[in-house]
Design a protein around this ligand. Structure first.
Ligand SMILES: [Zn+2]
Length: 212
């Protein structure tokens, strides 16, 4: 992982942790320019009503959508050199926004075999012609992302939890196990109740991941 990838994923995961604290599925996104400067970032806010987000409290309020809406190829003339970092492989909705928004580089931490972004990339000529560079998953961060999602899903008791967690378990068993561990981890619960400590939470989960 290079220096810019570290910065991109750090900001994307801080947004994911904020989404968690705000009651959403923890997914985050950051868009960086070629020099590693953060141009925009956003968290999934499907169930939250954040004042600064463009789309919120809506099924389409995905992290990538809001991060892309805060950029514009009319203003950001070098947008083709930017990189979108997402904690989870973008879904078809966000994939379309990436193509239409003029973003050419995508890096994601965890695969989402419920959506299969790359399969979509290979199957539609319209999208494959856009020549988007895609890199992911990043193993250590994949475990953190799957753990956070599983932890949230266990709490929310969504109808499709069993099927979705089983799919994650097929390719990221460590992430699923870590998600179950976090459910009963009192230190994690204590950290969640504090404000402005996204980095601390991220570092804590990464440290568990090392020793788990
Ligand atoms: Zn999406």
């Amino acid at each position: 992982m290079d220096a810019i990838e570290k910065i991109g994923f750090y900001h994307a995961f801080c947004s994911a942790v904020r989404a968690y604290k705000n009651g959403c599925i923890p997914i985050g996104c950051a868009i960086l320019d070629a020099g590693g400067k953060v141009i925009s970032q956003a968290e999934n806010c499907q169930y939250s009503n954040l004042p600064n987000e463009i789309i919120k409290n809506h099924p389409l309020a995905h992290a990538e959508i809001n991060a892309i809406l805060k950029t514009s190829s009319y203003i950001h003339k070098n947008i083709a050199s930017y990189t979108l970092f997402s904690t989870l492989e973008p879904c078809p909705l966000c994939f379309g926004a990436i193509v239409m928004g003029g973003i050419k580089n995508v890096k994601f931490a965890a695969l989402d075999k419920n959506n299969e972004f790359e399969k979509l990339n290979d199957s539609l000529e319209f999208i494959s012609k856009a020549n988007i560079n895609i890199k992911g998953p990043f193993d250590r961060y994949q475990i953190v992302q799957i753990a956070l999602i599983v932890r949230r899903r266990l709490e929310k008791e969504f109808d499709n939890n069993k099927e979705v967690i089983e799919i994650y378990n097929n390719y990221c068993r460590e992430g699923v196990q870590l998600g179950y561990y976090l459910r009963n981890d009192t230190h994690f619960h204590q950290l969640l109740s504090n404000k402005n400590n996204e980095k601390q939470i991220l570092d804590y989960i990464l440290s568990l991941n090392e020793n788990y």
